[in-house]
Each structure stands twice: as C-alpha cells, then as structure tokens.
Design a protein. Structure first.
Length: 68
C-alpha cells in the first residue's frame, strides 16, 4: 500500500495504520510530495539517517498533446 501526503505526517500515519488495522507489512507513507494528475514517481532504495529511514523520490511529469 502506498500513501502519498502533501504535508508532513507520513511516519505518524504509518504508525497509526499499523496499530489500528490488519496492515503490518508493505506499507509506505511518503510525505511532503507535490503531485499532479499524470505524474509518475520512482522510489529509490532506502537509506538510514541518524534516527529514521528515508527514501529518495523522483517525480516525473509526462506531457502529451498539451495545448499552449
């Protein structure tokens, strides 16, 4: 399950979902991402900071027949 949040709160949402639902694995809550309709994301390999795990994210906007 992939959840993308515009604001901050991915860690708190992930912990809450794991505590209050049957979801225990395969849950990604990514926060502070600005996506628009048609955007694609690539999620890189995780890296560890001092006190948390982070994932690099690349946002790709595909443009087809866009009117000027």
């Amino acid at each position: 399950i992939l959840v993308i949040l515009r604001g901050d709160g991915g860690k708190m949402l992930g912990l809450t979902l794991k505590k209050n639902t049957a979801i225990k694995n395969n849950l990604f809550c990514l926060d502070e991402l600005e996506l628009e309709t048609g955007d694609w994301i690539d999620i890189g390999a995780p890296f560890q900071t001092e006190n948390r795990k982070a994932f690099p994210v690349t946002i790709k906007s595909l443009v087809f027949n866009k009117e000027k």
